[in-house]
Design a protein around this ligand. Structure first.
Ligand SMILES: [Zn+2]
Ligand SMILES: [Zn+2]
Length: 66
């Protein structure tokens, strides 16, 4: 099992350089994933948080596994 010791990231996302797994967003250079691995950032003074890569929003506290 890879512990992802080498990670490359940019505005599109992050990718493990060892195993190639996309860890956040669409992966480094937007290569490696067609769907976003969301990274949720809480918006100040808002009930919502926004994905820093695709800018999707969701209510705070929703873990998406309902
Ligand atoms: Zn890895
Ligand atoms: Zn996203």
């Amino acid at each position: 099992m890879c512990t992802h010791p080498m990670i490359q990231g940019d505005n599109y996302g992050t990718t493990c350089m060892v195993c190639g797994e996309v860890l956040e967003g669409y992966g480094f250079w937007a290569e490696g994933s067609n769907s976003c691995h969301h990274k949720w950032i809480p918006e100040p003074d808002s009930k919502y948080e926004v994905c820093m890569y695709c800018e999707m929003t969701r209510p705070k506290g929703d873990n998406g596994e309902s």
